[in-house]
Design a protein around this ligand. Sequence first.
Ligand SMILES: [Zn+2]
Length: 432
Amino acid sequence: MRNRHSFPTRADRVLAEVEAARDEIVAFTAELIRVPTVNPPGDFYRDCAEVIGRQLAKTGLAVQYVEAEGRPEHTAAHPRVNVVGRGEGAAGRPRLHLNGHFDVVPPGDGWSVDPFGGVVRGGRIHGRGASDMKSGIAAAAFAVEAIRRAGVDLEGAVDVSGTVDEESGGFAGVAYLCEAGIISAPETGYAIIPEPFGPARICVGHRGVYWFDAIAHGHAAHGSMPHLGHSAIDDMGALLEGFRTRLGPELAARLSALPVVPGLSRRPSLNVNAVVGGQAGETTQSPCVSDRCTATFDRRFVPEETFEEVRSEIADLVAAVERRNPRRRFRIEDRMVVHPVQTPSGSPVTRALSAAVAKVCGKPAELVASPGTYDQKHFARIAGVEHCVAYGPGPLEEAHQPDESCAVDDIVASTRVLALAVLELAGPNEGA
Ligand SMILES: [Zn+2]
């Protein structure tokens, strides 16, 4: 877009700098992919933090490495090292924080390319983290760099961080930065997390998570006389059947107003992660009736359900299964609860990104929500930064898959969108 004197506008200059940096953006993404920051256990975090830190220093940000001192997972073998680049800005104006996690899940099997090669082929960059979310970190870093190269002085401060452990809860990563006050409202007013939702989608929240164990207590006996015991495994079978036939249809009948993608995830869900009971197959067998069986469950809930309801519905079902046989006894143990989060509607962050998507992609932005949780919860709940969304390149569907990849055009488009949004949220007034 040109102004009436045909001078390029500030936005035009910034977009031209993004385009000119295309090869550098791809090279930086590849450099990040080549550091195998596999979590668990949390390999090479310091190396990756330093790769990001060097890039942020070139942009003129004050780079700080933050180790998660005091967290049990921060060990000599696997130090939890985060990197934060702090920008300068006018006091009293909200800071904008761009944050990406640089840990990746293990590659697993089924790859046709080196998962840590950062190979570019057919217009796509390949590797573990290509989508989730090293291309997003590159997009955030180069959005801010392009603004610097265009010679635009931002009035508001912009921080860019690379953090650890999102895949395992983010406690030594974003949560740590929030607890340390490095990310804190009202000083930090806005946050964008470039998780892979694609160049035209903005993620405005996620569902809640409740992980719990159900433990069945039986009575051990000789396996040749099972009638003298009471099998905990049989009881667990009855409980699983109850969840499947009674709770399952109830959950499937609920539909959230939160625009969760894929569409079927707008309904709450319950998954059995694991069942452990009796003697494991690999060990020597002895004739025993199992007196204990544990199942681990993953219940995802929507904002329309309260956590108290979610929990009491499970307790009611367990009680009903127990009533059918007086010898049945279950115990429920909580593992983790994450409440759903939602960005306030009409948030300035959503508005700035929506306008940028419309300009860069030529179509309206789609507002979506995530079926799984990510670091937005820590921004919202610990730091009090409500105006937080996820926006970044990469197909969500390829996250954690073999042959994970991201289109180079998508990385560049998302960098353009992020740069325009940063200008809007932190830039001087038009004409200044
Ligand atoms: Zn991610």
